[in-house]
Design a protein around this ligand. Structure first.
Ligand code: IVH
Length: 703
């Protein structure tokens, strides 16, 4: 898309506009030169979202974006339809009107093994009269399919697949996907109108983080990234769509109209792979780097097998490969059946879904008193693991999935996500299935259960309920919380049963004399336990905050909270409004933190932990002791030999400097250790960044 010279030019222009952005005055800017700024922003969107290799920091991008926004606000007549600012929708969408696709969106025939592929290839050879067919093999992306229409280079319409003939118009939401260009130079290829197909995806990390957030809020997670992507496209709040970080791959040009210029059509590709290259050149994220063009079905089989092995290492889900006849004229000759094109075939990887039977439901009481139904199912293998129990979240979820005891069910385990029930099969019922009955009192302490009006979860509100106390301690010692190795769930239960442990502070008052008399606790294991408990006292503050198990406060929120204060009890002085100012803290979370800190029992528990030696302060938030590095920014990359990375960063802060997260013109020093990689390469391109070694860094510090 951008050659070396263009890239250089755009980098220079970036520097120019970053300087320009420090001027508060936009009077000297004109509609003509602001188009340069748009080019710069588009270039950086492309580097970030399509190439996955940004040149500038998010902060710098935002600075440039805000400058454009300011200019356009002052000069509304200068706004263009494909200005980067035009991705922002008008807020709420009322409806998604039905629209007809220019060409029906057919689905593909599926194949599951080499024999299926060979059979298909034989037919293609017979129909074409060729002895060997050229194929383009590419990933089958597992998301939601969309079609995009560009008229005279501008994105004019985006639609869901719908029933294949008619879909929902979702243009505004699609503009939120930054890898979808708002304009592309099709006219240079003599194309006036074009319809392109692709798949909208949510990558595995974003999906996991999103599900994590849902669960922290007590909302059941989504079954798979496909549902998450499809659901997001239909959200009626555009800003919310933007936050989900959708991605796209465009893999098929289904229809185009030539411009009225004769004899120019030789500019258009004659192969499918050529089309994917053209799309890539025009700024689209096509599977150009993932596709392989091969002759003969044997090579196809080789590549699909090769790709299946890589499947788990990809950042997004693929459920197979798509094999397409590469020659577009031959595609046309092969034509289609009533449902599928004859020139393409989907090859499905081993399923991550399996059918099973719902045998029973157990009700577990969590640390917040929430009673969670857990389905016991007939054990099945899915994606390499045996699954025998699955959380079914709450009553509403059970209703929504239409689950009865003894039902046949479909389960799925996508990537490394926890298994979920996709659906039941009511059509297979025999009449002997029974309803799942929720208990009315706590299965552990028999206290009556309570369901707050605004919640979907039944709770045991007896704060001293044994199950809750034990779960709170288990959570406190767990790996992601205080990480007290060799304590673990089993020991918490044992010590609790022996009355050696009654609450969280009790961990630090354990009677080792008594423990040593228990079976299985020799000197070595007691020493290990003592050392682990001791080490946990200096865990970073965010771990302690997470370990407290405040409702809705997951690991991410705990980090945000820890970075805000010097001492864990500082939150006593925060109002709910102040809490709301923090990133990612919504009303529910703020309320929960507020309530936690208003409860004197919690404060006393924290104070007791402090007296027992647990660190309650933010150790990382160093108070500068001198200002020898004041005003200087640092970033460390590669493996350091003398210092630990965290100590080196603390030294910077102690001496008044700042740590930044990425290489940009705002960075003063890049300190390089062994095997420094892309950050170093990037820093070399920015003159103002000083690249120094660990030794040089140490010399900068006061003696
Ligand atoms: S080509 C007429 N290529 O799989 C051919 N489809 O049933 C249009 N899909 O509906 C489809 N990755 O949503 C094609 N590289 C790829 C694909 C792909 C995913 C989806 C698409 C389609 C379904 C096949």
């Amino acid at each position: 898309m951008y050659n070396k010279a263009q890239t250089n030019d755009l980098q220079q222009l970036t520097a120019h506009w970053l300087t320009e952005a420090t001027n508060t005055d936009t009077k000297n800017l004109s509609a003509a030169n602001i188009e340069d700024l748009r080019k710069v922003l588009r270039f950086h969107e492309y580097r970030y979202y399509v190439q996955n290799d940004p040149f500038i920091s998010d902060f710098e991008y935002d600075t440039l974006y805000k400058l454009l926004e300011k200019f356009e606000k002052e000069n509304p007549a200068a706004i263009t339809a494909d200005s980067p600012t035009q991705r922002v929708g008008s807020g709420l969408v009322k409806d998604f009107p039905k629209v007809n696709h220019l060409v029906p969106m057919l689905s593909l025939e599926n194949s599951y093994n080499a024999a299926d592929l060979m059979d298909w290839d034989r037919k293609a050879r017979e129909l074409s009269g060729l002895s060997e067919v050229e194929y383009c093999v590419e990933p089958k992306f597992d998301g939601a399919s969309i079609s995009l229409i560009y008229d005279n280079d501008l994105l004019t319409r985006a639609a869901t697949r719908g029933d294949g003939v008619t879909g929902d118009e979702i243009t505004i939401n699609t503009k939120q996907i930054k890898s979808v260009p708002l304009s592309a130079a099709f006219s240079a290829n003599n194309i006036e109108q074009v319809e392109i197909r692709g798949e909208v995806l949510i990558n595995k990390n974003n999906f996991k983080a999103y599900n994590q957030k849902l669960m922290e809020e007590g909302v059941p997670p989504l079954a798979n990234p496909r549902n998450a992507a499809a659901g997001t496209l239909r959200i009626k709040d555009t800003a919310e769509v933007g936050k989900r970080n959708l991605e796209v791959f465009l893999y098929h040009v289904s229809y185009w109209v030539n411009s009225q210029v004769s004899g120019e059509n030789e500019k258009q590709p004659s192969t499918h792979s050529g089309m994917l290259e053209m799309l890539w050149e025009l700024g689209f994220r096509s599977p150009k780097n993932e596709m392989r063009v091969v002759k003969g079905i044997d090579k196809v089989i080789e590549y699909v097998n090769e790709f299946e092995i890589k499947r788990d290492d990809l950042p997004y889900e693929v459920d197979g490969m798509v094999i397409k006849v590469n020659d577009l004229l031959l595609q046309e000759r092969l034509g289609m059946t009533s449902h599928h094109p004859r020139w393409a075939m989907a090859y499905k990887f081993k399923a991550r879904q399996a059918t099973s039977k719902l045998l029973g439901v157990e009700f577990q009481v969590g640390r917040t008193g929430a009673v969670t139904p857990v389905a016991k199912i007939e054990p099945v293998q899915v994606g390499g693991v045996t699954v025998s129990s699955i959380s079914i979240h709450n009553e509403e979820y059970i209703k929504e999935k239409n689950l009865l005891l003894d039902d046949a069910i479909l389960i799925e385990r996508s990537g490394d996500v926890i298994p979920q029930i996709v659906k039941s099969f009511p059509e297979l019922r025999k009449g002997t299935e029974r309803a799942i009955v929720f208990p009315t009192s706590c299965p552990v302490c028999s206290h009556p259960l309570f369901k707050p009006a605004e919640e979907a979860v039944w709770r045991c509100v007896n704060i001293n309920c044994e199950a809750q106390v034990v779960e709170r301690i288990i959570h406190f010692v767990s790996k992601d919380a205080m990480d007290i190795k060799s304590f673990g769930e089993a020991n918490v239960r044992k010590f609790y049963a022996e009355k050696l442990l009654a609450d969280v502070p009790g961990i630090y008052q354990l009677d080792f004399e008594a423990v040593s008399k228990m079976e299985g606790f020799g000197k070595k294991s007691i020493d290990n336990l003592k050392a682990a408990i001791e080490a946990s006292k200096s865990q970073p503050l965010h771990r302690l905050i997470y370990a407290l198990g405040i409702r809705y406060v997951g690991e991410t929120t705990a980090k945000t909270l820890a970075n805000t204060v010097e001492h864990i009890l500082d939150f006593r002085n925060y109002t709910a409004d102040q809490l709301l100012q923090m990133e990612d803290v919504g009303v529910k979370v703020a309320d929960s933190i507020d309530r936690f800190y208003k409860d004197e029992a919690n404060i006393q528990m924290i104070e007791k932990l402090g007296r027992l030696g647990v660190s309650l302060v933010n150790q990382k938030k160093q108070v500068a002791e001198n200002d020898s590095l004041a005003g200087q920014t640092f970033l460390f990359t590669g493996t350091l030999n003398k210092l630990k990375r965290s100590d080196a960063e603390a030294l910077v802060e102690k001496n008044g400097g700042k740590i930044v997260s990425g290489v940009s013109s705002k960075l003063n020093y890049l300190v390089t250790g062994e095997d420094a990689g892309s950050k170093l390469e990037k820093a070399k391109k920015i003159n103002s960044v000083k690249i120094i070694t660990e030794e040089d860094f140490i010399k900068l510090l006061p003696v």
